[in-house]
Design a protein around this ligand. Structure first.
Ligand code: NAD
Length: 492
């Protein structure tokens, strides 16, 4: 059993309560790590460390260019440790090593991109309409940023917030998911190696109500970046609103992956698979509703079932595995419950539909890749997020029908469109109410491309140039250069 520590003010520490909890490997079902069970006192210590680092000390007086150089170094140190970081994530969340390693090798780009941007945030002098008045706008960091992350891609989803927050000059306290703390703890130690001053990046581990809530409520936390469920996001938003804290929320989805009869069906089948069976369906952007034009429905479903039937379930660390376990026992239960709900609603299970009993999968949290047909969009299986390897196939007649089904959802995170018609490729993204639309592609993310949702999928955007402004406040400065006359009781 490995033991991990929280990271506060550049020091390894245990929870002040002395309590620990265990992290379970989803492939073996065995506990593999002990993690400190933090509480409000630990959050207070971490936020104070972050606040001190923000207000005084090297970080607060550093030029934006110097911050950028440090972020570049952090990217290099991160890249040098990609294998180790990937290994920790696989142990915690059971996702394929190939995918986690790919993510770890890609993540330094966030540090390079936002590190490069750090000294390119410019204020502006305004051609103000008041004679004798000089006016300029400057951008200032917000202070301590609380970063709350889920378990499915622990570091990716934390670093999408941490990199722009640091580039803007803020300091951070990260609260990883209780199911996947190890990689974030190790990441904090890499910040020291890169020369990020103590207190700039802190990690407090533990459970949502015990660590997440006190972090959101803490008076010295200026902003929260949250990724997780819509239930958690709603709660965070309500709590933060009491003190008018800035919040960004990246929440769940029930994204429509739409296949038209004119599409390259082989490519669309690959896209449908990566939409819902990659990462065992545990991605916010999962293409969990597959909308297939009625004229090709049966042929396409047959092609898909044939391909998915060959998927190899097993050890996520093996290069021969296509689908790993689901990450947590609650997620296993939830997925199996939704399979029963779909059956009881009258959907037809054409593949899978049960916990996996394949050799090698006995101890882990495995669910057979599952495909339901005869789904209509009003069913719970079409409206609620499963977050597992369960696909709901819904037929549609024409473009209007597809758009109306796609938009008939409380969520609006992403969508896919598969077509060879140029007009459709250009026009459909405008009609789909979602933060991201892929055409003839699915599940593509870039540090340069804004990502986020509408409706219950959240608010705010991550990635891309403008995100740095989400971690800055505009300050308006008026400097009077002339003697003012007139009635001082009247606004001038
Ligand atoms: P979750 O909401 O249960 O937990 C997310 C994080 O919030 C965890 O660290 C948890 O401890 C913490 N938390 C829980 N309650 C809290 C509270 N009251 N106050 C503060 N923090 C609290 O979500 P999860 O199960 O870890 O993650 C899966 C969910 O995340 C799915 O719904 C998925 O769609 C979503 N997700 C969204 C994106 C995106 O970018 N839109 C990306 C990945 C995952």
């Amino acid at each position: 059993m490995q033991k991990f520590h929280m990271r506060i003010a550049g020091e390894d520490c245990e929870a002040r309560s002395g309590q620990w909890f265990e992290s379970v490997n989803p492939f073996t079902g065995d506990a593999w790590a002990q993690i400190p069970r933090g509480g409000a006192a630990d959050v207070d210590a971490a936020v104070n460390a972050a606040h001190t680092a923000f207000k005084s000390g090297p970080w607060s007086s550093m030029t934006a260019s110097a911050r950028g150089v440090l972020l570049h170094k952090l990217g290099d140190v991160f890249a040098a440790n990609a294998e180790k970081l990937a290994e920790l994530e696989v142990l915690d969340n059971g996702k394929l090593r190939a995918e986690m390693l790919g993510q770890m090798k890609y993540l330094p780009q966030w540090f390079y991109y936002y590190g490069g941007l750090a000294d390119k945030v410019e204020g502006a002098v305004t051609p103000i309409d008041k004679p004798g008045m000089f006016h300029y706008v400057q951008y200032e960091p917000q202070g301590v940023v609380g970063v709350i992350a889920p378990w499915n891609s622990p570091l990716l989803l934390a670093i999408m917030k941490v990199a722009p927050a640091l580039a803007a000059g803020n300091t951070v306290v990260i609260k990883p998911s209780e199911f996947s703390s190890a990689s974030t703890i190790f990441f904090a130690s890499l910040c020291d190696v890169a020369g990020i001053p103590p207190g700039v990046v802190n990690v407090v581990t533990g459970f949502g109500p015990e660590v997440g809530e006190p972090l959101v409520k803490h008076p010295l936390v200026a902003r929260i970046g949250f990724t997780g469920s819509d239930t958690g996001g709603r709660r965070v938003n309500e709590t933060a609103a009491k003190d008018f804290k800035r919040v960004s929320l990246e929440l769940g989805g029930k994204s429509a992956n739409i296949v038209f009869e004119d599409a390259d069906l082989d490519a669309a089948a690959r896209g449908a698979i990566s939409g819902i069976f990659a990462a065992t369906g545990q991605t916010c952007m999962a293409g969990s509703r597959l909308l297939v034009q009625r004229s090709i429905h049966d042929k396409f479903v047959e092609k898909l079932v044939e391909a998915v039937r060959k998927a190899r379930l097993g050890d996520p660390s093996s290069p021969d595995t296509d689908i790993g376990p689901v990450s947590t026992p609650p997620q296993l239960d939830k997925t199996l419950q939704y399979i029963e709900i779909a059956r009881s609603e009258g959907a037809t299970c054409v593949l899978g539909g049960e916990r996996s009993t394949r050799p090698g999968c006995e101890k882990g949290f495995f669910v057979e890749p599952t495909i339901f047909t005869n789904v209509n969009n009003r069913m719970r299986i079409a409206q609620e997020e499963v977050f597992g390897p369960v696909l709901a196939v819904i037929p549609f007649d024409d473009e209007d029908d597809a758009v109306s089904i796609a938009n008939d959802s409380q969520f609006g995170l992403a969508a896919g469109v598969w077509t060879s018609d140029l007009r459709r490729a250009l026009m459909l993204p405008k009609r789909i109410h979602a933060g991201t639309v892929w055409v003839n592609a699915y599940r593509v993310v870039s540090y340069m491309a804004p990502f986020g949702g509408v409706k219950s999928s959240g608010m705010g955007r991550e990635n891309g140039l403008r995100t740095i402004y989400e971690f800055l406040e505009a300050k308006s400065v008026f400097i009077n250069t002339v003697k003012r006359e007139g009635n001082p009781f009247v606004m001038g």
